[in-house]
Design a binder for this molecule. Structure first.
Ligand SMILES: N[C@@H](CCC(=O)N[C@@H](CS)C(=O)NCC(=O)O)C(=O)O
Length: 131
């Protein structure tokens, strides 16, 4: 039986992005709360999986993967169910453009920027997010 564990934190935006992909694809998984912000740093066992000590990290039958965009694409492409990414090259490129702009931003401005765009240009923001 396939076992998928997502190591992260419930309140982490990046963990939630990976969880959204898992939920949308109806993939069974276990969320393993991993406190990288503990006083003595990320658990040593976690650093063996994710050397930068950042969350999330996915483990699928012994295969370990980190970086949220890599995780979400792996989930989309590796499992049955509805496609989460557009097939059309221009639409997929636009999706990647939005991801490239948003992902490196620190979390607070990221949330602010996205919320502002969603509020000011709701149809554009939402249509760019749809598969
Ligand atoms: N590039 C990483 C960024 C993930 C990230 O920034 N996660 C935050 C928590 S939501 C983190 O691990 N922060 C710890 C740190 O910056 O040391 C990804 O896309 O997965």
């Amino acid at each position: 039986m396939t076992t998928i564990t997502l190591l992260g934190l419930e309140h982490s935006v990046y963990t939630r992005i990976a969880r959204l992909a898992l939920e949308e694809k109806n993939v069974d998984y276990v969320l393993e709360e991993t406190d990288i912000f503990a006083d003595d740093g990320p658990p040593a066992s976690y650093l063996e999986k994710q050397p930068f000590g950042m969350i999330p990290c996915l483990v699928h039958d012994g295969f370990t993967l980190y970086e949220t965009t890599a995780i979400t694409r792996y989930i989309d492409e590796g499992f049955d169910g509805k496609a989460l990414q557009p097939r059309d090259p221009a639409q997929r490129a636009t999706m990647n453009q939005v991801i490239s702009v948003l992902m490196p931003m620190p979390i607070a401005p990221w949330c602010g920027t996205f919320m502002c765009s969603a509020l000011r240009f709701p149809s554009m923001a939402m249509s760019q997010m749809k598969p």
